[in-house]
Design a binder for this molecule. Structure first.
Ligand SMILES: CCCCCCCCCCCCCC(=O)SCCNC(=O)CCNC(=O)[C@H](O)C(C)(C)COP(=O)(O)OP(=O)(O)OC[C@H]1O[C@@H](n2cnc3c(N)ncnc32)[C@H](O)[C@@H]1OP(=O)(O)O
Ligand SMILES: Nc1ncnc2c1ncn2[C@@H]1O[C@H](COP(=O)(O)OP(=O)(O)OP(=O)(O)O)[C@@H](O)[C@H]1O
Ligand SMILES: O=C(O)CCC(=O)C(=O)O
Ligand SMILES: [Fe+2]
Ligand SMILES: [Mg+2]
Length: 334
């Protein structure tokens, strides 16, 4: 194993020994600079993160907090998800996605047919995840006090059907987002059970958040790829990567330029995680015309036109403004 990776693993283990939520004395950018004056760009002054945690996010683009969400809350999210799968409740705006390997087979109202649900902002029980004070305290360290929940997902990675379609290609979430500035966006991703290499944990390229947004497209995978699962076009499989093995309730916060994906699920269980992408209430929308994001804009528009029978009047930007929900502070320009 390469040296930097070994060092990273040591730091992760070290961080693990701090119980979640431990408070360090208020720090300033100077106190964490260890002699070299260093501008902190990816984190804001706060009294929650330790200097080590702040530096870790600055350098690596993610921060793993063990045991952050309670088992009771996760059990409630799981029960709600199961009710949705059994079609006992209907949630406005919710997108239920099936794995491409079974997309054309008959639907059975059971979690085995659902690989993820998206846009659960109108489900009060699931949306509780996005407003948990424990999560928001961390989110505020990255994006500030005005917090919008922009995108919500519960991912139920199915046992691989033999074609490796349960993989998620390496990507940067910013590819999907027509808003900026990039450093005022963060994802919270919480394991709902043990997540490891066998069932397809998150895989990240540490430090990749310091790069720019890359071109994304469907990877050329023989067995097929799920709809809209774009990957970075020039993915280098030799790039050092870290597998984030997590236990129930562990939560990782990561930057929208961090390159990440997840491996295939080689178990018989459905690997569950719940996540929310947050943006600052004072972010602004951009026009993605002429940028690398044009291809995803086109796909989203095609789906919306088909689903809602609307024309061009609904823009990519509108689809985000409609979904976004304020969870703390003020909604200024979003
Ligand atoms: C508003 C949307 C905005 C989304 C923004 C992304 C945000 C992400 C931001 C955060 C970063 C996130 C990073 C990420 O997470 S990237 C992935 C994000 N993924 C999505 O947003 C996809 C969400 N899913 C959907 O919209 C629906 O499930 C779709 C549209 C896929 C099917 O919908 P529905 O079931 O109602 O439609 P239908 O029954 O009429 O079938 C239509 C056609 O589609 C075929 N089919 C079905 N399933 C799949 C599949 N899995 N793979 C391939 N094809 C599939 C099906 O066979 C049929 O084909 P054909 O018979 O016509 O040939
Ligand atoms: N050609 C590729 N293009 C883009 N992403 C890829 C490619 N090959 C693999 N990946 C991605 O790399 C990540 C890890 O891959 P993978 O499924 O093989 O796990 P792994 O790291 O090999 O773990 P294990 O060896 O335990 O299976 C996943 O996000 C996967 O989707
Ligand atoms: O849970 C996973 O497998 C990764 C999902 C992901 O990265 C995403 O949907 O953006
Ligand atoms: Fe992602
Ligand atoms: Mg593998």
């Amino acid at each position: 194993m390469s040296r930097p990776l070994e060092r990273l693993r040591v730091i992760i283990n070290h961080l693990d020994r701090h119980p979640a939520g431990i408070r360090a004395a208020p720090t300033s950018a100077q106190t964490v600079s260890y002699g070299h004056p260093q501008r902190l760009r990816y984190t804001l002054d706060n009294d929650l993160l330790t200097p080590e945690q702040r530096l870790f996010y600055e350098e690596n683009g993610f921060l793993l907090i063990r045991n952050l969400v309670s088992k009771q809350d996760i059990d409630r999210f799981r029960r709600e998800f199961e009710r949705i799968c059994r079609q006992e409740i209907k949630v406005p705006g919710l997108v239920v996605m099936r794995d491409v390997a079974i997309a054309k087979s008959e639907f059975v109202p059971d979690q085995r047919a659902v690989s993820k649900v998206q846009d659960f902002q109108e489900d009060p029980e699931l949306f509780r995840y996005c407003s948990l004070p424990k999560i928001l305290k961390y989110v505020e360290c990255f994006i500030g006090p005005n917090i919008m929940a922009m995108h919500t997902m519960l991912i139920n990675k199915p046992p691989d059907a033999g074609k490796k379609t349960s993989r998620h290609p390496m990507h940067q979430d910013l590819h999907y987002f027509p808003f900026r500035p990039v450093d005022r966006i963060v994802c919270a991703w919480t394991a709902m059970e043990t997540v490891n290499r066998q069932n397809g944990c998150l895989v990240v390229l540490p430090g990749s958040h310091k790069g720019t947004l890359q071109e994304h497209d469907y990877p050329e995978w023989e067995g097929g790829v799920n709809k809209m699962y774009h990957g970075v076009r020039d993915y280098d499989p030799e790039h050092p990567r870290v597998h984030l093995e997590m236990e129930k309730g562990d939560t990782v916060f990561f930057h929208p330029l961090l390159i990440h994906g997840s491996g295939m699920n080689q178990t018989q269980g459905f690997r569950k995680a719940i996540s929310c992408h947050y943006a600052s209430g004072d972010c602004y929308y951009i026009d993605v015309k002429g940028t690398t994001q044009e291809n995803i804009e086109k796909e989203v528009k095609e789906i919306i036109v088909r689903r809602h029978a609307v024309g061009d009047e609904l823009t990519f930007k509108d689809t985000w403004a409609i979904r976004g929900r304020l969870v703390q502070g003020e909604r200024i320009s979003m």
